[in-house]
Design a binder for this molecule. Structure first.
Ligand code: PEP
Ligand code: MG
Length: 752
């Protein structure tokens, strides 16, 4: 007969002589084990990270105390905690929720009884007893443990909460920070905090003696800064060569911009020193970019600040030194800049984390090109106590874990080994076709915008460019680029991919993509003067762009031209008139050009019902699933308040996609998809089932999507699609497809 009062009395006596809380919980576990004559008694308590930590055990391996952790809902213990219900199992080791931790030796125990510790309605821990033999615990035993748990919860409750607060204040507490995904990949190593670049707002107001002297200082600083940049970039990994050239070009362009020069001159003429001229000229530009809605353009403000810092250091002869380290490190800072990358040996740079910054900044672009994981926008990152701490950077999920506990480290190390093995396994796929098990060929192309993105696609076996966003070079320019300038840029892209096809989309500005030198103010920019609507009002811009594209394609003849935001038939007709005019003009000028194929993007809902009507006037269509989702669901793709409603798996979007693909196939009109869905494994299963055979995505997603396709059978995909279309909740739909992908043994391809 179990006697709870006697056991409690003993526990209280033990507590009085315990030196600290750890010893106290250990004595409690020992008393309960003894009173119940069980083989194991363990106590899991709520940790500051809100998971359950093994805090004491009598019977399991003591070395695992403090190391075994379980989130709510996971494992038997996590299930008890989440449901706040006891779990009494004859064979705990056979329960689907059983989690095996090798270090505990737990697998030897069969009978399991876990009860929650509830304090003021919240779970603060779980008390567990286990026995070797398979047996269910009696009602009396269960009642005894529930009674023990109730008393312990009262005794420990306030203590657990208090110790959590203390632990949170400690430098060595585990901390999980959520930021913005900058570049994919995982790293685990020591942090090195890098000093801020100069904050231009802090530059003082100074006056110069002589205009000519100040001007000379400023010109010299500009020239030296460019030399520095070239030298720093020379230190970096050669694999990022194209990216670096492109970045350098952007910096050159920024430094040469007339907006900066005008303010420099104005300020110097008014008697200010070079430092102050630099501050005001850059701040004015920064303000312009920071006010922009488009995240790509906003990120340029960041680049301008970094550049201003470099110039200032040159002006004040305060040049930065190399970052010395013997072992690989994760650089952390308010803003880790491109110049930090250049001051550390490439093989010592394992990752990047920063309080500010966005995925579209140059740092993000460069981290991607160098294959280094990066997480930005970590507002809660405390730079004062992170130096030298061990950190996990999970660029795939935009998560950083400071001082990770051992089980988490082991898990991530396993993941890193898996990713390495996966990449090695996938590398030989580069030259293999994306062909399903039943012999269906799928073309995988890449999306680009900057010259910086060119090589990653080629390195991963892209079969061409499915979407070249031509507005991006326009956005990094200081005014509408000339036909000649455009021709040079386009030739770089077309030449790099020739003879593979390159689909260049004509200017798609407006909406969230205004040009800095051509502001458009509208109440409803996404429903306004965007894409083809804009260029049809500026036919000279369209004509020049088409001429530049066709001239750039000479000798390669791999150009295809695509119209964004197509929503009316007359838009296509008016476009074709200008297109014909460009061809006639060029031929009349004696230029040997070939007529490129022409296609329209299907991204505005009205275009769905125009496909058959324009069939004979176009050579292909491409689905812009990003905008199609936005316009079908009336959900702004950039508005975080409605972000949870923006899901391309919404049944209406799926039905629209099914219709477009069926219609195109019926009309024998080549169709591709170039929105984000193309790189999402779940969407790809559904798109193939619908009959799509051409996808264009960001380069690093190609190997994984190819691997997925090579494991698929179209009939199976169709069954999954049928199931999915019967569901109404996007989460359940995603789950159904993920289960299918997992069933193929391809779990590793998900979430990357
Ligand atoms: C799209 O809308 O899906 C698309 C590919 O174009 P963008 O993202 O550039 O609008
Ligand atoms: Mg679009």
């Amino acid at each position: 007969m179990l006697n709870p009062l006697l056991t409690l009395k003993r526990i209280l006596q033990d507590s009085a002589r315990a030196a600290d809380r750890d010893e106290m919980v250990k004595l409690m576990a020992a008393q309960i084990k003894k009173a119940m004559s069980v083989d194991v008694c363990s106590l899991y308590l709520l940790s500051p990270e809100k998971d359950l930590k093994l805090s004491a055990t009598e019977g399991l391996d003591n070395a695992s105390v403090g190391k075994i952790r379980m989130p709510f809902g996971q494992g038997l213990v996590g299930t008890v905690a989440l449901t706040q219900h006891s779990l009494n199992l004859e064979r705990g080791d056979q329960h689907p929720k059983f989690l095996f931790f090798e270090q505990t030796g737990e697998e030897r125990f069969k009978g399991f009884l876990g009860v929650p510790l509830i304090y003021h309605g919240d779970t603060i821990g779980v008390l567990v007893v286990q026995v070797y033999d398979p047996r269910k615990f009696t009602d009396e035993e269960e009642a005894f443990l529930v009674t023990m748990a109730a008393h312990l919860a009262g005794t420990l409750g306030s203590g657990v909460i208090k110790s959590n607060i203390n632990a949170q204040e400690s430098n060595h507490a585990v901390q999980r920070l959520i930021g913005i995904k900058g570049a994919p990949g995982i790293a685990f190593c020591r942090v090195k905090v890098v000093k801020d670049e100069v904050d231009i707002n802090q530059i003082p107001t100074l006056y110069g003696e002589y205009y000519s002297e100040e001007k000379k200082r400023l010109d010299q600083a500009v020239a030296e800064t460019l030399d520095d940049l070239e030298a720093q970039m020379g230190n970096m990994d050669a694999s990022a060569g194209a990216t670096l050239d492109a970045l350098l070009e952007v910096y050159r362009m920024l430094l040469a911009s007339p907006e900066l020069k005008t303010v420099f001159d104005e300020m110097l003429e008014q008697g200010y020193a070079a430092e102050t001229a630099l501050r005001d000229a850059f701040l004015r530009q920064v303000e312009v970019f920071e006010a922009m809605e488009d995240p790509y353009l906003r990120s340029k403000a960041e680049d301008l600040r970094v550049l201003a810092g470099k110039l200032y250091r040159r002006l004040t002869n305060n040049t930065s030194s190399r970052i010395m380290t013997d072992t690989p490190v994760i650089l952390a800072g308010r803003l880790v800049s491109v110049s930090h990358f250049g001051r550390i040996d490439a093989n010592k740079l394992a990752g990047v984390i920063s309080k500010e910054g966005s995925a579209l900044s140059h740092t993000g672009v460069l981290a991607n090109a160098l294959g280094i994981p990066a997480v930005m926008g970590l507002e809660d990152l405390n730079l004062d106590n992170v130096d030298n701490q061990d950190v996990i950077v999970d660029g795939n999920r935009g998560i950083v874990i400071l001082n990770p506990p051992e089980p988490v480290v082991l898990e991530y190390q396993r993941l890193m080994r898996q990713v390495k093995a996966l990449d090695a396994d996938l590398a030989p796929l580069k030259n293999l076709p994306a062909e399903t098990l039943d012999g269906e060929q799928v073309a995988l192309l890449t999306n680009t915008g900057l010259l910086a993105d060119i090589s990653p696609g080629l390195e991963r076996g892209a079969e061409g460019i499915g979407l070249y966003r031509s507005e991006i070079p326009f956005m990094v320019h200081h005014n509408f680029p000339t036909e000649e300038e455009q021709q040079i840029t386009y030739r770089g892209v077309l030449g790099a991919y020739a003879p593979k096809p390159v689909t260049m989309r004509i200017l798609d500005i407006g909406g969230d993509k205004p040009l800095p030198y051509f502001p458009i103010t509208e109440e409803n920019p996404f429903l306004g003067w965007r894409g083809i609507r804009f260029t049809l009002d500026y036919t000279n811009i369209m004509l020049e762009q088409l001429r530049a594209m066709m001239l750039a394609s000479r000798g390669h003849n791999n150009l295809k031209v695509m119209i964004p935001m197509f929503s009316r038939e007359d838009e296509l007709q008016r476009f074709l008139q200008i297109f014909e005019l460009a061809i006639t003009q060029l031929r009349d000028e004696g230029r040997d050009i070939q007529r490129p194929q022409v296609g329209v993007m299907i991204e505005v809902p009205s275009a769905l019902w125009l496909i058959s009507r324009v069939r004979d006037q176009v050579d292909f269509i491409s689905i812009g699933s990003n905008d199609l989702t936005q316009y079908l669901l009336a959900v702004d793709r950039n508005n975080s308040r409605v972000a949870s409603l923006y899901d391309s798996l919404h049944p209406s979007v799926l039905m629209a996609l099914k219709f477009i693909i069926m219609e195109a196939n019926r009309l024998k009109l080549p169709v591709s998809l170039c929105g984000e869905m193309a790189g999402d494994p779940v969407s790809v299963v559904l798109l193939l089932a619908m009959g799509l055979r051409q996808l264009s995505m960001s380069a690093y997603k190609i190997p994984r999507i190819k691997s997925l396709i090579r494991h698929l059978d179209i009939n199976d995909c169709q069954n999954v699609l049928d199931d999915v279309l019967k569901l109404s909740d996007e989460k359940l739909m995603r789950q159904r497809v993920e289960d299918f992908i997992k069933g193929l043994g391809l779990t590793a391809l998900l979430g990357v």
